[in-house]
Design a protein around this ligand. Structure first.
Ligand SMILES: N[C@@H](CCC(=O)N[C@@H](CS)C(=O)NCC(=O)O)C(=O)O
Length: 216
């Protein structure tokens, strides 16, 4: 089993985190042809996105689908609670991340290097992110996103908070934990975990390489 990965990608990082938490036998592979749009990779995965998973010959795309598949295929240690309500709550956190929190952050990435910044867009997206963070602050249940157990919901949030920590201050906004004690407590707790430390280290390294012009 093989995950086609870029260390810089927060969505691929979300899947690596689940893989590391589970100690799953999944090879973390670079993108064939060295580019998401290379003919070699498009032949394997026509969407040309990362992550994608070669599940012994069957291609599975979309980070949340991959993580749910990993949960089914490698059930221990579990990253979803057993009870239906707990499972729904973890999925709700992942869905909230994918649909509402991450997109306004993604919209800001091109602005970081832009010679002329779009100040209207930056203000709009920063305001949207602040609203989403306030919503998360009131729904998160310490110590992890949905309480006592670390779940796929946490896997979704962690890599994006790596970028929120970097990007918000760069654009003159306050950091994501400033004035949000629940999120601050959550961040301190998740960073105690070996798999989280590993992923955050990989993201930091990939960001350093990117700043020198290398995407990995
Ligand atoms: N909904 C997808 C999003 C994946 C995604 O957008 N990945 C980015 C890297 S973080 C990518 O592949 N971008 C290239 C593109 O969209 O063409 C998922 O959850 O896996």
């Amino acid at each position: 089993m093989k995950l086609y990965n870029l260390y810089l990608s927060n969505f691929a990082s979300k899947c690596r985190l689940a893989i590391y938490e589970k100690g799953a036998k999944v090879e973390v592979a670079s993108i064939p042809g060295g580019d998401l749009k290379s003919p070699e990779y498009l032949k394997i995965y026509p969407l040309g996105k990362t992550p994608s998973l070669d599940a012994d010959g069957v291609m599975i795309g979309e980070s949340e689908v991959i993580n749910e598949f990993l949960e089914d295929r490698f059930p221990a240690p579990a990253l979803l609670p057993k009870d239906p309500v707990g499972r729904a709550r973890s999925r709700m956190v992942s869905r909230f991340h994918d649909l509402y929190l991450e997109p306004p952050l993604r919209a800001l990435f091109p602005q970081l290097a832009a010679a002329e910044k779009d100040t209207k867009l930056i203000a709009e997206k920063l305001a949207e992110i602040a609203t989403r963070l306030d919503q998360l602050e009131t729904t998160i249940e310490a110590p992890y996103a949905i309480g006592a157990a670390f779940t796929l919901g946490d896997c979704a949030l962690v890599p994006t908070f790596f970028f929120l920590n970097v990007v918000l201050p760069m654009l003159g906004a306050k950091g994501p934990f400033d004035g949000r004690p629940q999120l601050a407590a959550w961040w301190a707790k998740v960073r105690e975990r070996d798999a989280v430390k590993k992923v955050l280290g990989e993201q930091q390294e990939a960001l350093g390489a990117y700043q020198k012009g290398v995407v990995r």
